[in-house]
Design a protein around this ligand. Structure first.
Ligand code: COA
Length: 170
């Protein structure tokens, strides 16, 4: 009797990212973190994000693999502030391939990065995302995040001539 294959959640493997995974992770992120995703220049997805985070803490750079295919990733780091005994975990990028979202992959990646951060002594995890990323915000709330704070981003276009100052009347 032949047994049926089990392409189920237990086959989802969360593991540390390796250098060989960089191109796949980069291209998944490229499809997710487009200008539609975020119109601000504050968070821009590029290859340096992956390399910098990998250099800073490779234990917090994870991929989700299913049938030898990478379907998602979580890239994080830790932050220690002077004069604070608290260590913070910063989950910088979390992404799951479009088309297979809402299948538990993001949750599995988050669970593992949280476990690793806790093991490193992290007491609070921070994330940031655009205010209109309803799916992302819904996801993070479901993971227990709260205390939403809004930021204001401003720009100054240096290629424009600054407005002429009015001369004071004599
Ligand atoms: C956020 C993200 C990583 C979640 O991964 P996922 O594999 O879809 O998440 P899970 O299946 O584990 O969790 C599902 C939960 O996520 C939320 N969610 C995911 N996609 C959603 C969507 N399109 N609309 C609304 N909620 C969504 C919901 O809370 C959902 O829970 P539900 O069962 O109540 O519907 C994924 O949607 C993604 O890659 N989004 C684009 C990138 C992004 O916004 N990253 C976060 C900031 S860096």
């Amino acid at each position: 009797m032949t047994s049926e294959p089990h392409p189920q959640e237990e086959d989802l493997r969360i593991r540390e990212m390796s250098i060989d995974d960089f191109p796949v992770v980069f291209h998944i992120g490229e499809n997710l973190f487009t200008s539609d995703y975020s119109s601000s220049m504050y968070r821009t997805w590029d290859e340096y994000e992956i390399i910098t985070l990998y250099n800073s803490d490779c234990e917090l750079c994870l991929v989700a693999e299913f049938n030898n295919e990478i379907l998602g990733f979580a890239l994080g780091t830790t932050v220690e502030k002077s004069k604070s005994s608290w260590k913070y975990g910063y989950l910088v990028w979390l992404g799951v391939k479009p088309g297979i979202q809402k299948g538990g992959i993001g949750g599995a990646l988050f669970k593992e990065i949280k476990r690793r951060m806790r093991e490193q002594g992290v007491r609070m995890i921070i994330i940031d995302t655009d205010a209109d990323n309803e799916a992302g915000i819904h996801f993070f709330k479901k993971q227990g995040f709260g205390n939403i704070q809004q930021h204001v981003y401003m720009t100054l276009n240096l290629s424009r001539k600054s407005p002429r100052k009015r001369r004071k009347p004599a």
